[in-house]
Design a protein around this ligand. Structure first.
Ligand code: NI
Length: 171
């Protein structure tokens, strides 16, 4: 397993729209395993393939306390959503140290292929429901900070670019 490089906002590649996976083969299973290792190493609850510069519809997540219940969603679709929404504080491995509230459906029913290629369908709520919606946005090329005001977003962009410059000069 290898750790993958996570793209940082405002990298334009984060706005690429992911294509559906045609076949869950060895290449996809390797991607899934590398994404899980990368997510756990970065202490994240979710990661979309877009964030590691692979533009196919693959998501990994684990919102369990014990960090041992990985979920793999390939070609995910939300087939039902609650009218009720929640405002949860979100963060993102592509936008380190930025947290803000975004409205999401409180409950969703998700349909996706798993790592074994089998179709799964499940209902979820709470943190996992928020996480699924956040990661599915990544696959559409949308980063959560794009829900915020342009003023806040510009501030975040400036901060991220400054941080990247600092890191680049620190050799
Ligand atoms: Ni994210």
């Amino acid at each position: 397993m290898s750790l993958l490089n996570i793209l940082r906002y405002p990298d334009p590649r984060l706005h690429t729209v992911a294509k559906p996976v045609h076949e869950v083969d060895e290449r996809i299973r390797t991607l899934v395993d590398d994404m899980l290792a990368t997510m756990y190493a970065a202490d994240g609850v979710g990661l979309a393939a877009t964030q590691v510069d692979v533009h196919e519809q693959v998501i990994v997540l684990d919102t369990s306390e014990s960090r041992d219940r990985p979920r793999v969603l390939i070609n995910p679709e939300i087939v039902e959503r609650s009218d009720e929404t929640v405002l949860a504080e979100e963060g993102c491995l592509s936008v380190p140290l930025v947290y803000d509230k975004v409205p999401r459906h409180a409950r969703v029913t998700v349909q996706a292929l798993g790592r074994d290629g089998a179709l799964q369908r499940f209902d979820t709520e709470g943190l996992e429901a928020v996480c699924v919606q956040h990661e599915m946005d990544h696959l559409r090329g949308k980063v959560f900070v794009e829900y915020l005001s342009s003023l806040k977003r510009d501030r975040i962009k400036t901060r991220m670019l400054k941080k990247a410059r600092e890191e680049a000069t620190r050799v």
